[in-house]
Design a protein. Structure first.
Length: 319
């Protein structure tokens, strides 16, 4: 098992290097010149010789591969560089990244509780009201894009009813930080939760139905074991193993989906930071935020592989 984990961990390193180079190369090919953000147009036209000296001192005339490895070396030493407005990227990430993890974490917990719970009840009470309602909601949750769900929620709860705010993480004049934070996070968390609940609900229901129709469940019932114990001890526990794997698979999509949702709700997370950087052409920030999201997805994929290996020894044996 240790050998399997080390192998998967070592695979993350070259993948991150490849992603970083591709993104770095792609951003360099956009033609964005950092000098244009550092010097005014009047200075550019009047001091061409000094601008060439500045460009040389910053290493912008070096070959692309040299610039890449210089940037990579600085990152490995903890120096993420600066945005075009002069702000430290490390400071930006340290403030914005926890907000994104907070948003994704609450959505994950809420969707797991609701989705798995409704899915299990739908399987136990098959073709009942909960089952039919859950199946309809699951189809709608997967069919409607998340950004559209967010816009609809803003229209209803923010504009029409005025219950929840539609932007930011906290209010500047908030008297109770906890309550104010809850009110601001409710709609973006709900938006991310709806799509994820739809997937978990359907998968939990189908998996639970397969388990309940298996031979060992019929054997348990024939022995006179109480029905609730059959559901919990024999059904639920065995049905949850593949559902947990699906739950882990959805985490990267949850982090990736937060980029769009943060833009819809003007939520100051890493996704909103990346969107603003793309709009303004601030490619140092785009580069770092893209790598953070990619690293998060790779780590989540690694965790899925480990869970799969723990649940099924054939995975780690390469069968």
């Amino acid at each position: 098992m240790i050998k399997f984990i080390l192998k998967k961990l070592l695979m993350i390193i070259p993948m991150l290097l490849i992603i970083s180079f591709v993104v770095y190369y792609g951003l360099q090919m956009t033609g964005i010149d950092p000098i244009n953000f550092m010097v005014s147009p009047e200075t550019l036209s009047a001091n061409a010789d000094n601008i060439d000296v500045l460009r040389e001192s910053l290493g912008l005339n070096d070959p692309l591969i040299v610039q890449y490895f210089r940037w990579l070396g600085n990152c490995l030493q903890g120096d993420l560089g600066y945005s075009f407005d002069g702000s430290s990227i490390s400071d930006i990430i340290s403030v914005r990244l926890p907000y994104t993890f907070e948003l994704a974490g609450y959505s994950l917990i809420l969707s797991a509780v609701i989705g798995i719970g409704i899915g299990i009840i739908s399987a136990i009470r098959q073709n009942g009201i909960v089952d039919y309602t859950g199946r309809v909601l699951a189809v709608l949750g997967q069919a409607v894009p998340q950004f559209l769900v967010g816009i609809v929620l803003i229209q209803i709860f923010s504009i029409k009813l005025g219950i929840f705010p539609s932007a930011n993480r906290v209010s500047p004049d908030a008297k109770n930080a906890f309550v104010d934070g809850f009110m601001h996070m409710f709609l973006p968390v709900l938006t991310l939760t709806i799509g994820m609940v739809a997937v978990l609900m359907r998968y939990a229901r189908n998996t639970m139905l397969d388990v309940l129709n298996s031979d060992y469940i019929k054997t348990a019932r024939s022995k006179g074991i109480p029905e609730w114990k059959v559901y919990i001890k024999h059904g639920f526990r065995n049905a949850m193993k593949p559902v947990l794997v699906i739950l882990m698979f959805r985490i990267p999509m949850l982090v990736g989906g937060s980029v769009v949702i943060e833009s819809v709700f003007s939520y100051p997370g890493i996704g909103m930071t990346m969107t603003n950087a793309i709009t303004s052409g601030d490619y140092p920030v785009v580069l770092i935020t893209t790598l953070i999201i990619a690293a998060t997805m790779l780590i989540c994929s690694f965790m899925v592989d480990v869970i799969n290996a723990l649940l099924d020894p054939r995975v780690r044996l390469g069968e």
